[in-house]
Design a binder for this molecule. Sequence first.
Ligand code: ATP
Ligand code: MG
Ligand code: MG
Length: 385
Amino acid sequence: GGWLGLLGGGQLGRMFCHAAQSLGYKVAVLDPADECPAGMVADLHIQAAYDDEAGLARLAQTCQAVTTEFENVPADSLRTLATRCRVSPAADAVAIVQDRIAEKTFIAAQGIPVAPHAAIRSEADLRAAPDALFPGILKVARLGYDGKGQARISTRDEALAAFAEFGGVACVLEALMPLDYEISVVLARGFDGASVVFPVARNVHRDGILAVSTAAPVQSDAAHAERQARATEAAQSIAQGLGYHGVLCVEFFVLKDGSLIVNEIAPRPHNSGHYTMNACVTSQFEQQARAMAGLPLGSTALLAPAVMLNILGDIWYESATATTQREPDWAAALAVPTAKLHLYGKHDARRGRKMGHITIVAPTLDEARSDAARVAAALGMQAPE
Ligand code: ATP
Ligand code: MG
Ligand code: MG
């Protein structure tokens, strides 16, 4: 028992609270919102800005260890906390992954490929960017998520316009890559440096937002299995290189030619790892709590194939043009007995907002897929690919 602390009050924090509480811990959440998904279920909600001295002091006094559920917390807040209690991940690791320029530089220095890219700090940088980066994606270096702060551009002029639109903040311009598919690796690494890796998830995005994640036992397809092994190895070497403690996710692109590149790193549990809550011996959130508390990490074994569908606010609206909201028909979704529903307690169902997810766990991948299609139909969601 004891207290564990969390910077950030979103859904990742809420699911962390549930996992930590079932291990016998109390959780204190620091978040500025007066109502937030994690704050509602935490044992203590410290309502303060992420860089508020008094709030941070209270969090550190209350807790034996603190983590973050949000990659955009000021790294200096983690530094401040670390003078008073155990903090994972460390400020230095978070500082790297919260800046796309530092992140890509770090990954490439580990000998792991990333998309061809250029740091863009001025219009001059854009004018000097190699032709090979067009068509490309201009991404703000800091604070983007769910495809926000990104613009797909085909020409230098479009890139200049997008850069101005972003207010001239530091960006990365990366070449648009020929993706075959996307995968991610979630791992947990303890303070003793030992790590455990979850099964690779295969991910489908729509409009820059994760829509579907699938996890299944390693395929008999040799090329596919080999890619999964390479991704797992790359994720472990990234964690080691960062001196990382806690849960981390690495997103990868598998290109049309079969090569593997890293897209980005998240210094926390990840949406593509939500399937672990229902389909693995230990969930990613339980690993986060275990790692911070210095407990042994649990088995990451996959119990059965799983398909996770994200639930966005869109399904609260009857049509693309509707303006009034109504509650989705959860009973219809749960009529599929392999479906496990997780809602985050958010009240305002804005379009594109992550409201919950539903994981289908079935004896075979084919069954999981066809049940997922039934769940999607029941909720009026696009059929999973
Ligand atoms: P997240 O919510 O995962 O943090 P994000 O806003 O940081 O998202 P990215 O992961 O950079 O965004 O990109 C979102 C998605 O856009 C990717 O998963 C991929 O589908 C697509 N994408 C991003 N960069 C590229 C690229 N260079 N080439 C092709 N597709 C890309
Ligand atoms: Mg991101
Ligand atoms: Mg991403």
